[in-house]
Design a protein around this ligand. Structure first.
Ligand code: BF8
Length: 676
């Protein structure tokens, strides 16, 4: 075997302290390993490059060539009138709102273009143009058809009969694809929201028209010299974000479920330790599961397993990074190898025979790291190529999906014997239960007679469960890897708040052992622990990838429907959180949660400090319109307690706060009697 090719000595006097960079042991080990090999990672770069202080405040305008105009907040704050303005006269509020709205547009574009690819593939399936994908969940197809105006029954001789599934599929596919550009009306899925919420959206004029149009509208009105009213800009940001959460992302999730199967709880492992030295290791990374679904099938085929054995490997180990990981985890139990911040580290193990990337959250530096090892880095998407000559591009075509997948798996197997001697796979991994969804929550926490989410609602009303939290989103190299996610989640479940998680937060929760039923006894307050132990679920439920945040919207809608907790999402004792966010997609998600009535707290920092009036609008005024509002709190314990305080406020408004006090008094009484 050849020696691993070492990177040329780079000038990197300042390196990350592994213990300061992450709370996770295998990450710490691999950062150290990278430093020994003289390979820089995101953790080192975060030490050497500091963020721009003006950009951080959200008030740098580079939308025309007279700028960039920078409007930093004066050191002693605004005294009297705020006279700051750019060359054209744009105020800090306008600039900050434009920047924020553009983040929403970019995030919406990312999720929705993913959704479009899924919808177009589903159209190919419905037209029978591909054999590689099938309809695996016909029940979900029948469930969503009415929203697209597609009949599921047909009248024959006065009798209502089931309509042919292929006809329904074609109707749904054609209607779904049109959601990106239909000339009239509003998005079909907006009608899935609770009625009072739809009425708020209608009153405000923010019902999204079509997905592409909302993104174009935002880009237009935030260009130089167009919309100069921050409230009007943010109104459009809402309309755009709804085209994400109740549009492109939701269609993406649903049609993926239809084609690949809706997830149901399954057991898997998580962390870099899932990689095996004696196996061919293939890591799928990115977001769109169209090709990775096929890679899973190809890697599990006898033909490929036999071929791997011929090359001297014991088998093929698949692993995932980022949301592609969550997609193949929730449907096939393929273990995630790590979060967003661990992508370089997977290659630095020296045992990654191929890393297959599609779109989003892929470091450009991967190619530099791959150059130091034997790893084949394979790009697969026409909109996401890399310029380095060590990167192979195999463009995915849904008509030849399995053929492409087999070619990629074979390439990884052929690369197995090219490994160098520098192999170090950290021996840390955890067991997890993943694959929850709207349907499985209904199965575990539903009721037989009184509504689908009855048991969940009943336990919220009686106070065993204090409330519901969505903890989602990225890692960010400006915060300690996984610390905020894990601290926030632990504090919530300790206080009887059940947590729904997606994205890299879900991967982090899996790695840190919070996605098992056993975590309830260790980490939960007594009420939540009792519920989890009774029904056999973890206190933290993995609901999938970031587009699957739409599952949280629909779960919240089901809670409203089940009754007893108000008429709208904003009435629920619920809150949202993204403790380590970094992506524009997180801002789009935050905006659609806030505009759907959810109090949403981000960690780290928000790029709003330079425009206090605009910030106030997001943090206070939005609640008067939609019932939800933004907040930011970098301290993870305070962050969790802001969410809990909101949950308690909602419990009080619902008149169910007394029930909770009684539960706590019972506990105290039992403790006083020495029974606990
Ligand atoms: O879409 S959580 S780092 S992987 S952006 Fe990226 Fe953030 Fe991870 Fe998933 Ni979501």
């Amino acid at each position: 075997m050849a020696e691993a090719k070492k990177a040329p000595a780079a000038k990197a006097p300042k390196l990350a302290d592994p213990m300061e960079a992450s709370i996770e042991v295998s990450t710490q080990e691999m950062i150290r390993r990278a430093q020994q090999l003289n390979i820089d990672t995101v953790f080192d770069r975060a030490v050497t490059m500091k963020p721009c202080a003006i950009g951080l405040q959200g008030i740098c305008c580079k939308n025309c060539a007279m700028g960039p105009c920078r409007l930093p907040l004066p050191k002693d704050g605004i005294q009297g009138e705020d006279t700051r303005k750019g060359l054209c006269g744009a105020t800090a509020n306008t600039i900050c709102a434009r920047n924020f709205a553009r983040m929403v547009a970019a995030g919406t574009a990312a999720h929705s273009d993913h959704g479009r690819a899924v919808a177009e593939t589903f159209l190919s399936v419905a037209r029978k143009e591909t054999e590689d994908y099938k309809i695996k969940d016909p029940a979900k197809l029948l469930q969503i058809a009415p929203y697209f105006g597609v009949e599921t029954k047909i009248e024959v001789d006065g009798e209502m009969l089931d309509r042919d599934l292929d006809e329904i599929a074609l109707g749904v596919a054609e209607a779904a694809v049109k959601e990106w550009g239909k000339p009239e009306g509003t998005l079909a899925y907006l009608q899935r929201a609770p009625k009072p919420l739809i009425e708020k959206w209608e009153k405000m004029g923010v019902m999204s028209r079509n997905i592409d149009r909302e993104i174009v509208d935002t880009m237009h009105r935030t260009a130089m010299g167009v919309d100069q009213d921050y409230k009007n800009i943010i109104k459009q940001a809402t309309r755009t974000s709804l085209a994400d959460g109740w549009g492109g992302a939701m269609i993406g999730t649903d049609l993926q479920d239809v084609m690949f199967g809706s997830p149901s709880p399954l057991q898997a492992e998580a962390n870099l330790g899932i990689m095996k030295e004696d196996h061919v290791n293939i890591i799928v990374h990115g977001h769109e599961p169209l090709l990775s679904e096929m890679i899973v099938a190809a890697a599990q085929s006898q033909e490929m397993i036999d071929y791997a054995k011929q090359q001297g490997a014991k088998g093929i180990q698949l692993g995932g990074i980022c949301c592609t990981a969550n997609e193949v985890l929730q449907r096939h139990g393929v273990p995630p190898a790590g979060t967003f911040l661990q992508q370089e580290l997977a290659i630095i193990t020296g045992a990654c025979d191929a890393m297959v990337v599609d779109v989003q959250c892929i470091f450009q530096n991967l190619a530099n790291v791959a150059k130091c090892f034997h790893t084949k880095l394979i790009t697969t998407h026409p909109i996401a190529k890399m310029e380095q000559d060590n990167v192979v591009h195999i463009e995915f075509d849904e008509h030849y999906a399995m053929q492409d997948a087999k070619r990629i798996v074979k390439m990884a197997i052929d690369n197995y014997n090219e490994r160098g001697a520098d192999i170090m796979i950290p021996q840390h991994k955890a067991t997890q239960i993943a694959g929850f969804g709207v349907e499985s929550i209904q199965y575990h926490l539903g009721g037989s007679f009184r509504g689908d989410y009855f048991t969940l609602n009943d336990n919220i009303i009686n106070g065993r469960i204090r409330g519901i939290a969505g903890v989602v989103g990225c890692n960010n190299a400006r915060t300690k890897h996984n610390e905020e996610h894990i601290t926030v989640i632990k504090e919530l479940i300790k206080n009887d708040v059940i947590v729904l998680t997606t994205g890299c937060s879900a991967i982090a929760a899996g790695i840190h052992g919070l996605l098992t039923p056993g975590a309830a006894a260790v980490h939960c307050g007594p009420g939540l622990a009792e519920v989890c132990e009774t029904v056999g679920i973890p206190p933290v439920l993995h609901l999938g990838s970031c587009v699957d945040n739409t599952r949280i919207l629909l779960a919240a809608t089901e809670v409203v429907k089940a009754g007893g907790l108000g008429d709208d999402i904003c009435d629920l004792p619920a809150a949202g959180s993204a403790p380590e966010w970094m992506s524009e997609k997180a801002i789009a998600i935050g905006q659609y949660f806030v505009s759907s009535g959810v109090y949403t707290v981000f960690g780290y920092h928000m790029p709003l400090e330079g425009a206090p009036e605009f910030k106030d609008y997001l943090y206070k005024e939005m609640e008067n319109i939609y019932g939800g509002k933004w907040d930011c709190e970098p301290d993870p314990i305070k962050h969790a307690h802001k969410m809990i305080a909101h949950i308690d406020k909602k419990r009080k408004e619902l008149g169910i706060d007394k029930a909770r006090e009684r539960v706590l008094m019972d506990m105290a009484d039992r403790q006083a009697l020495g029974m606990e």
